[in-house]
Write a protein that binds this ligand. Structure first.
Ligand code: NOJ
Length: 575
């Protein structure tokens, strides 16, 4: 419900639905902690080597025990499987590999019974090139229902042609982001516009700046783009009617073309949010945009800050010689050698946080299906990983834990490409439940697994970590209990940097809700470090309430001195 409608409802003395709370989305987001599941590899219930919905349903009690309360499922729809399910053939049907629509309804019902919300993936920007809509649009007759769901042309610029050539010289042209057009030589026209891989033709939401030399570019309000937009609403309404509590919108920034300032796509999402608030005020819209200062004003309640978009996340976590490391820094921050920097991340994070804290939430996920897990390369000890986890679980906004990170599963390098995964395979391996050749993921033989499993001799499994009070699993459970019981450390608590971004070790920040104040100090390096912080806490007493390794806080009259042992993270409560 939008503000105008709420005002009208109040004037008319009607009950206002629980709602669009301060524009941030549904109220439950205040305490939301998400758990992301990659369905192909979470739990196989029928022994075919492929994870499925009934498998997930059978593990809901475990998921509950972690302390999370929202589940996000990567795409579960009928797919061409050239991009891990992000190339959809039928938006209204669960892929048979995962089960049926009824299985999804059952999963959602069982999840709701246990107090979870369930969020689905909405692949809004493109379909599979095997989707019947696309096949119809490729036909010569351009006046059919789906004809203008896509963008077709017989002429493209020389630059676009050069990019097609360049793409075809790459090692995997079929799984390359290079270029905009695909040469299809279809009855309809020679080229279509793609959104990601070649197999993912872009859905037509129109162009913001129409290039007069490209007459096939339609404005956003043309009949084709408007019809596509209605379809998107239908898809959302359909899954909401099956019980879904919202959507994570894939490549949310990408829908409107020739829109460098994102003005057109912002307009589109604002309209969607209005529709959503009117009809589904208890449901959430989450952006995959990685630019919260744009995505949240556009109408999303949450945006990720991840490996693309505004810079910084990789500089924290992606070490040299691991996938996605970027060349503009030598080492990542969460690394033993203590040679990382914070500035790139903090400059962008502080700016995004200050611009958005009153309108939505930023999420810094522990990892996801597109990039490496925290347990990668030389960041591989329990203590190092707990330091990183302390950082993730003491940030404001909504935490997202990627399945398996709660038990510190490893990113496994050099695995085969699976359904367009490329170097993402290592982060999509089967969940490690127990000892044995398939780590309890499936009853199949290991050669039938979707991707190889890291058995780790049964060490990194739910079964073994359940028994060990000092395991990552029990650490995460404790941190989430603390977070959910402590508003200052939770989604809504204010966040403020206390240490100097130019002296990166340790990283010290403050969380407060006005009543309680906490100081969190993080030192991923292998050296003992110190910081003097000049804050309103100076001179106050503090006590350690949680710690990985050891740290001390000495109050002075003007500034306070924090000392941290090598590889440590401490949460101090200010009294
Ligand atoms: C982002 C998704 O997270 C990724 O897995 C996918 O390949 C692209 N979008 C294209 O849909």
């Amino acid at each position: 419900m939008n503000i105008k409608k709420i005002a009208l409802a109040i004037m008319l003395g009607l009950t206002v639905p629980a709602l669009s709370w301060a524009g941030k989305g549904p109220e439950w987001l205040k305490k939301a902690v998400f758990y992301q599941i990659y369905p192909s590899t979470y739990m196989d219930s029928n022994g075919d080597g492929m994870g499925d919905l009934n498998g997930i349903t059978s593990r809901l009690d475990y998921i509950k025990s972690i302390g999370v309360n929202v589940i996000w499922l990567n795409p579960i729809y009928v797919s061409g499987w050239t991009d891990g399910g992000y190339d959809i053939i039928d938006y209204y049907k669960v892929d048979p590999r995962f089960g049926t629509n009824t299985d999804l309804v059952n999963l959602v019902n069982e999840a709701h019974k246990r107090g979870f919300k369930v969020v689905l993936d909405l692949v809004a920007g493109h379909t599979s090139n095997r989707c019947p809509w696309f096949l119809q649009s490729a036909e010569a007759d351009a006046n059919q229902h789906y004809s203008n769901y896509y963008v077709w042309t017989n002429t493209i610029s020389q630059q676009d042609k050069d990019e097609i050539v360049k793409r075809h010289q790459e090692a995997h042209p079929e799984a390359s982001f290079t270029g905009r057009y695909v040469e299809a030589n279809a009855p309809r026209a020679k080229y279509y516009l793609k959104n990601f891989f070649e197999s993912q033709p872009a859905l037509n939401y129109g162009f913001y700046n129409i290039d007069p030399n490209s007459p096939w570019e339609e404005p956003m309000d043309a009949a084709g783009p408007m019809r596509t937009r209605e379809e998107l609403k239908n898809i959302m309404a359909f899954w909401i009617s099956k019980g879904a509590d919202g959507f994570r919108v894939d490549m949310a920034h990408s829908l409107v073309k020739n829109d460098p300032q994102k003005i057109g796509v912002t307009k589109l999402w604002k309209e969607m949010r209005d529709w959503y608030d009117t009809n589904y005020p208890e449901h959430v819209l989450i952006a995959e945009w990685s630019n919260p200062a744009i995505a949240l004003p556009a109408g999303f309640s949450i945006d990720f800050f991840i490996h693309f978009g505004i810079k910084g996340y990789p500089s924290l976590f992606f070490a040299k010689n691991t996938p996605h490391h970027q060349d503009d820094y030598d080492q990542c921050y969460f690394n033993l050698d203590g040679k990382g920097q914070l500035k790139q991340f903090m400059d962008n994070y502080i700016d995004a946080y200050n611009k958005t804290k009153d309108i939505g939430y930023i999420s810094l996920p522990t990892s996801n299906h597109d990039f490496q897990r925290p347990n990668v390369g030389t960041r591989n000890t329990l203590q190092q990983l707990e330091v990183a986890m302390t950082f993730f679980l003491t940030q404001p906004g909504c935490p997202f834990i990627y399945y398996g990170d709660e038990i510190a599963m490893k990113y496994i390098p050099n695995l085969p490409n699976k359904e367009g995964s490329m170097d993402r395979s290592g982060t999509r391996t089967p969940m490690q439940w127990s000892s044995g050749a398939t780590a309890g993921f499936s009853t199949c033989t290991p050669d039938k697994l979707y991707l190889p499993v890291d058995t780790e001799n049964g060490k990194i499994t739910v079964e073994s970590e359940e028994k060990d009070p000092k395991s990552m699993l029990n650490f995460v459970r404790d941190m989430l209990k603390l977070r959910l019981a402590t508003n200052a450390l939770g989604n809504e608590g204010e966040w403020k940097m206390l240490s100097d971004v130019n002296k990166p070790y340790p990283l010290v920040y403050q969380r407060t809700d006005g009543n309680e104040t906490y100081v969190v100090a993080i030192n991923p390096s292998g050296k003992k470090v110190q910081a003097a912080i000049d804050s309103e806490n100076a001179g106050k007493n503090v006590k350690v309430i949680r710690s990985v390794g050891k740290g001390t806080y000495r109050s002075g009259s003007k500034s306070d001195q924090i000392s941290l042992d090598a590889v440590s993270a401490v949460i101090f409560k200010v009294k």
